[in-house]
Write a protein that binds this ligand. Structure first.
Ligand SMILES: NC(=O)c1ccc[n+]([C@@H]2O[C@H](COP(=O)([O-])OP(=O)(O)OC[C@H]3O[C@@H](n4cnc5c(N)ncnc54)[C@H](OP(=O)(O)O)[C@@H]3O)[C@@H](O)[C@H]2O)c1
Length: 346
């Protein structure tokens, strides 16, 4: 049995920090050795933040990099964008592995990041070191990664939904991709979710349409690379919030090049994902549902050729907090430390 690794979480009061803790305390090869955060500095004991963790004798503290360096092999940054890039450099340079759940290291081009996030990237020298943490695409690079840019939730569902057909080439027109996506309200973070439940639940509505969502540059970066396109793809992306706490469904429309049957394209998806521990491709006639993936690290994919319109319709469902965030982060940790990829996530 391998020695336990020591894991820390910064941002313990947030949704993804809580999910990370839930997974890591059950993980057979990890011990949680540090819980830190901004408002966590005001409390002493974990049970003062989460009554349901009362049995865990863990304490919380404010941000203390020196303590993280001395007590952790890996640190998860469950922090907002533009906060992570202030903290990651000190950890990386001290030899601590970092898995960042924010967008700060996902976009390889500094200018693109700064354009979308409206802030100077103070750790842009680390962008080339960061590995985009989608195991289905970058597993080999993740093995040796010291800084992982854990993907966004919408990007995870969209990229996994497009990967087989774009990497095969010649089946769809990559320039035609339209995504209509719906997220449970936890995707917006704890404070926004609380405001939603207080003021508008059970509303269902679109937001940030027509090029207005910050996940777009990340989706376009990865889909352009997958399609091998010499010009950057421009995706039409329409996100919605739906009146449930967790879960996400992306419906992806792609114009077909020539005639293709549902059975042939499904066979391609099944082959591509046959060895993937967390991607489930459904049989013809079956469609994904949030209930099938909520509280799991699975991505469920179903598809159908719309012969009348000449389009492929792919549906990709995940739990935004697990495969879309903390579950995938632990999957990446497992790869980085040589554990079975499913450890702690089954
Ligand atoms: N929610 C999702 O489904 C999801 C999916 C994929 C990726 N992500 C990304 O994961 C990260 C965390 O998301 P979340 O949903 O867990 O957010 P959240 O619920 O809003 O939690 C954010 C955490 O960051 C802390 N924080 C906020 N501002 C800070 C600052 N200026 N300095 C230090 N700490 C600060 C908060 O602590 P306080 O208690 O002090 O406010 C809290 O612990 C974000 O970058 C998000 O985009 C989220």
């Amino acid at each position: 049995m391998k020695q336990k690794i020591r894991a820390g979480i910064i941002g313990i009061t947030g949704y993804t920090g809580e999910e990370l803790l839930k997974i890591l305390v059950r993980h057979p090869h990890a011990s949680v050795t540090a819980l830190q955060g901004r408002s966590a500095a005001e409390v002493r004991s974990l049970k003062d933040i989460y009554a349901h963790f009362a049995d865990l004798k863990l304490s919380c503290e404010g941000l203390d990099i020196a303590r993280l360096v001395s007590s952790c092999d890996v640190v998860f940054l469950a922090l907002p964008h533009t906060v992570s890039f202030e903290i990651a450099p000190a950890l990386v340079s001290a030899g601590v592995k970092v898995i960042d759940l924010s967008a700060d290291f996902r976009i390889s081009d500094k200018k693109t990041y700064e354009q979308w996030y409206a802030k100077f990237h103070t750790a842009h020298d680390l962008l080339s070191l960061a590995v985009y943490g989608l195991p289905e695409l970058y597993r080999k690079k993740l093995v040796a990664a010291t800084l992982v840019a854990n993907p966004g939730c919408y990007p995870t569902s969209v990229i996994l939904g497009c990967l087989p057909v774009l990497s095969a080439g010649g089946i769809v027109d990559a320039a035609s991709i339209i995504v209509d996506a719906k997220s449970g309200i936890s995707g917006a973070g704890r404070k926004t979710a609380a405001a939603y439940f207080e003021t508008e639940h059970p509303n269902f509505r679109p937001y940030n349409i027509a090029g207005g969502h910050r996940h777009l540059p990340e989706i376009e970066q990865e889909l352009t690379a997958l399609a091998g396109s010499s010009v950057p793809l421009k995706i039409t992306f329409t996100p919605h919030i739906m009146p449930i706490e967790r879960g996400m469904i992306s419906t992806i429309y792609m114009n077909l090049k020539g005639a293709h049957s549902t059975a042939d394209i499904l066979a391609l998806y099944k082959k591509k994902y046959a060895a993937e521990p967390f991607v489930r491709v459904l049989d013809e006639g079956q469609l994904p549902a949030v209930k099938n993936v909520a509280n799991t690290n699975y991505c469920e994919i179903g598809l159908k050729v719309d012969e009348r319109a000449g389009r492929l319709v792919v549906i990709s469902a995940i739990d935004n907090l697990l495969k879309g965030a903390s579950g995938q982060a632990v999957q990446n940790m497992n790869i980085m430390f040589g554990f079975d990829e499913k450890e702690g996530l089954d």
